[in-house]
Design a protein around this ligand. Structure first.
Ligand code: NAI
Length: 480
């Protein structure tokens, strides 16, 4: 705690560097800056206590400071152990008007290279406010903050945290341990926190999937807005963001030439499409794997070879998972890969690649090349290079998506926070999407910033295609 702000970051003295990059990012985030202007002196988030769990990058710093400028109090943690940019975290703690000695910003609990124990500690800190209360809003990416609250409530009701079983992943055992400690200290902590929460806004595909599962089971404790499925989020961030940041991660991690190499992209959803474009742009030869015939056909029509992973291991120089599913690259794949094949994941969680199986492999040797790059040498002498220990490599090996695309995503986040915070009584414990007019508003701002000029409908034309001159221009079922 310094100047009344509790925080845990790597090095506060990096704040000045962070502030410089935040200043540059602000210019590249016209959506967030427009929202700051639109709500100047209105403070729609006055009284909001937002606990945020989202990669603590420069772009997120601009998001946090936008929430603050709209009147919110904020506490933050990263949603991944490798994704924090330490200078951004420091700058957010110091704040635009503070100093290292006298920080005036936001409590942040995030540093690059957390252990899993530390990660879940930061999650609890982010959700625990110093006055003993909790947040009244959650801003989540991947659903870990929401999970902690829901599991906490569930185990408080049961009066006991179940013992982990042998087969549980290491991380789950840590979650259980975190909750066991909090249950021992205060048996009503999470129930109290959950009661105060008006809603959650969720950033990504994987977190949204978890929310729909909770809602379907009737277990969702508060309303949720699915930000991911705003068109200006998933069709932009997941695709064009990945197109930029995937090769950034591979380059910074390995500096290997991608042209001419064979790259396998597992999954051809929004992220997979961006990933394939990213590597094709470098001249790589792309193979796509899919389980969904529609996405597989799209890949084929886009000119990619659609194959199953087992059949292409002898050719693959680079294998990237983008599925949001588990056990996609397994040990029986990795042991057959080419020498120094690069293996990485860009989906939300690290279970797409069987890292546990790799660690257990008899006689395997791990050589750490540099942070977030490991060479795993099999007993026969051949090796593979695994990026970011199987966690999302665009944020682990590089700095994630650039500002302009995140401005789209985060504008939707801010709009969703304002909507749920101010109108929570109008929402049930379900998962909602933002109205299309707001999506179009976000697109309009960013198009303008790029110098694009929009054609205006005549009244006659609007009637002919049965839309309003001012939008929305498409029916809900339109797919873009
Ligand atoms: P999506 O649902 O559009 O695409 C996933 C695709 O993977 C689907 O087409 C599905 O059919 C396919 N798939 C599922 N299991 C498969 C398997 N075993 N083999 C091959 N293909 C399989 O989801 P989206 O939006 O593309 O997101 C994917 C993941 O990336 C999610 O975990 C999401 O949270 C994450 N994400 C990561 C970002 C980053 O910056 N690293 C940015 C945005 C999303």
């Amino acid at each position: 705690t310094r100047n009344g702000i509790d925080f845990a970051v790597a090095d506060l003295s990096q704040a000045e560097f962070g502030r410089k990059e935040i200043r540059l990012a602000e210019h590249e985030m016209p959506g967030l800056m427009a929202l700051r202007r639109e709500y100047a002196e209105v403070y729609p988030l006055k009284g909001a206590r937002i606990s945020g769990s989202l990669h603590m990058t420069v772009q997120t710093a601009v998001l946090i400071e936008t929430l603050v400028s709209l009147g919110a109090e904020v506490r933050w943690a990263s949603c991944n152990i490798f994704s924090t940019q330490d200078h951004a975290a420091a700058a957010v703690v110091v704040g635009p008007h503070g100093t290292v000695e006298e920080p005036k910003g936001v409590p942040v609990f995030a540093w690059k290279g957390e252990t899993l124990e530390e990660y879940w500690w930061t999650a609890e800190q982010m959700l625990t406010w110093p006055d003993g209360g909790g947040p009244n809003m959650i801003l989540d990416d991947g659903g870990d903050a929401t999970l902690l609250v829901h599991k906490g409530v569930q185990y408080e009701k049961a009066g006991v945290v179940p013992a982990a079983s042998e087969d549980d992943p290491e991380e789950w055992q840590i979650v259980l341990e975190t909750l066991r400690k909090s249950l021992a200290a205060d048996s009503g902590k999470w129930t109290k926190i959950a009661e105060g929460i008006r809603g959650v806004t969720e950033e990504t595909t994987t977190g949204v999937m978890r929310l729909y599962q909770l809602a379907a089971a009737g277990e969702l404790l508060f309303p949720a807005i699915n930000v991911n499925d705003a068109v200006t989020k998933s069709k932009f961030d997941n695709r064009y963001g990945i197109r930029h940041s995937l090769i950034d991660g591979i380059n910074r991690g390995t500096d290997v030439l991608m042209g001419g190499k064979v790259a396998v992209i597992c999954g051809y959803g929004d992220v997979g499409k961006g990933a394939a474009e990213s590597l094709r742009g470098q001249g790589a030869r792309i193979i796509v794997t899919e389980i969904d015939p529609i996405c597989a056909l799209q890949a084929a029509m886009d000119g990619y070879d659609v194959q199953v992973l087992e059949d292409v291991l002898d050719k693959a120089d680079i294998v990237i998972t983008t599925t949001g599913n588990k056990d996609v690259v397994r040990i029986e794949h990795m042991e057959r890969m080419k020498h120094q094949a690069i293996v990485g994941n860009i989906g939300h969680f690290d279970n797409e690649i069987d890292m546990a199986g790799l660690q257990r492999y008899p006689g395997i040797q791990r050589i750490n090349i540099k942070p977030q790059v490991d060479e795993w040498v099999f007993p026969d002498g051949h090796s593979i290079l695994v990026l970011s220990e199987g966690r999302l490599l665009n944020l682990g090996n590089a700095t994630g998506h650039p500002s302009f695309v995140m401005s789209n995503s985060f504008s939707n986040q801010v709009i969703a926070q304002v909507e749920l915070f101010t109108k929570y009584q109008e929402y049930d414990k379900e998962v909602y999407r933002l109205p299309k007019v707001l999506d179009e508003k976000v697109a309009r701002i960013h198009l303008e910033a790029l110098g694009g000029k929009l054609t205006k409908l005549t009244k006659d034309q609007a009637e002919y295609i049965d839309v309003d001159v001012e939008g929305p221009y498409k029916p809900e079922h339109y797919r873009y």
